[in-house]
Design a protein around this ligand. Structure first.
Ligand code: ZN
Length: 142
C-alpha cells in the first residue's frame, strides 16, 4: 500500500479515539515543532537547554519523550497499570508498527498520545511552578 512519507504521522494524529489536545501535541512532536529548551536556545529565547524535569540532559524531543528518567518511569507505570506497551522509540514508528485489531491499535495509540501529552504537561508544570507529580499518580490519570 502506498504511503505518502510526508504524512507518516496522520494515522497517529487523526486517531478518532484520541483527545484532540493530545493529538495536536502528537502532531507537534511528529513535526519536531515543539518548543523544547534546545529549540528555544537555538532561536535565542532561552539561555540554557537543560531538561526542566531531570536537569541532567539537554531538553530535546528525543530526551523528553524517550530518554528522560521521568518519562521512562511514567511509561513503565502505564505499562504496569494498563498493560499497553508504550514506545521506547519514536512514537510514530512505534504506533505504525502496532499489530492487532483496529480497536487494539486505536487504544494503544490513544494511550501513547495521552502519555506524551502528560509528559509535556509535567514538563510545563515543572518549568512554571517548579512542581512535578509522581509518575504513578500521572499514570493513574491516564
Ligand atoms: Zn530529563
Amino acid at each position: 500500500m502506498y504511503e505518502n512519507p510526508k504524512c507518516r504521522w496522520a494515522a497517529v494524529v487523526w486517531n478518532p479515539w484520541s483527545i484532540p489536545k493530545h493529538a495536536i501535541l502528537a502532531w507537534l512532536i511528529s513535526k519536531e515543532s515543539l518548543n523544547t529548551k534546545v529549540k528555544l536556545l537555538r532561536i535565542g529565547v532561552c539561555d540554557e537547554a537543560n531538561c526542566c524535569i531531570c536537569d541532567q540532559e539537554d531538553e530535546s524531543i528525543d530526551h523528553l519523550f524517550y530518554q528522560c528518567i521521568y518519562s521512562t518511569r511514567l511509561i513503565q507505570a502505564i505499562n504496569e497499570k494498563v498493560g499497553v506497551m508504550l514506545p521506547g522509540s519514536r512514537i510514530i514508528d512505534w504506533c505504525k508498527s502496532r499489530r492487532g485489531s483496529k480497536i487494539q491499535r486505536r487504544v494503544q495509540i490513544m494511550v501513547a498520545v495521552a502519555a506524551a501529552y502528560h509528559i509535556w504537561f509535567q514538563r510545563n508544570q515543572a518549568r512554571v511552578e517548579g512542581k512535578l507529580d509522581k509518575p504513578d499518580f500521572v499514570a493513574q490519570r491516564i
